[in-house]
Design a protein around this ligand. Sequence first.
Ligand code: MG
Length: 309
Amino acid sequence: MSHTQSPPDIVEVGARDGLQNEKVLFSTEAKLRLITDAMAAGITRLEVASFVHPGRVPQMADAEAVIAGLPQDADATYIGLVLNKRGYFRAVETRAGGKRGVDEVGCVAIASDTFAEKNQGQTSEESVQISKDIMRLAPKDGLSAQVTISASFGCPFEGDVAMDRVVDMAKSLAEADPREVALADTIGVGAPGHVAELVARVREAVPHIPLRAHFHNTRGTGIANAWTAYMAGVTVLDASIGGLGGCPFAPKATGNIGTEDLVFMLERSGVKTGINLDKLIAMTAWISEHLGRPTPSAVSQAGGFDAAG
Ligand code: MG
């Protein structure tokens, strides 16, 4: 089997989304190992930290130290998540004094008011405006910027989210010229039919903006959603090593799709990712040891498959 469509880019979100909900604290060194091992496996774009208040997300308290410890000359894109201007200025500060710091900021707009309030103390519309403000500042500070629409497929508090709302948000956010707009299924309630329709509608609304997708496997639909999004024209997919992840402000949210599950699925479909599956699986072994429990992804437990026997 082979596909003529270009392979999707994969963004490793393990050091941010993967760990933010994790009770076992990862030291700065352990986070750096996670990031550098992922790069050694062939991943070139990574969320490395979130600039949130450490009282809100203790696992991210060492964001600046992680970023200061990143390889300075790596041919990779380091993304820092920012939920507001204060976070944005922390991201900019990582570049002070000629340091590399982060290369890109990831903004977060939220499709429902209740989740926007709980996650970042904003209304949905405020989260759009703040993201646009930040994305307009970023190029002046030498940063690229991107935005994720969280709860695109459903809200943990309000239930269904209207596709019209997500489409309108994408149109408004596109005015600030993001590197891409990401559609995130924060709580894992999306299914392929919904994904195909929403991606098609957003593509039609903002045809000039690349689309990215972020899926959680909370209810077993994550990998199917990723394939569906790719077939519908999404060019960038998020994943987390080991399938770690969750959201501290969304009840019952569990892991992202596992990077190794995504790579396995794509490669077995004839899509060349350039990522070394064996190295990813090896990473999950030490992560599992560190956590004291197995990582949730399927491939980290079952292993890869040697087609030659
Ligand atoms: Mg997430």
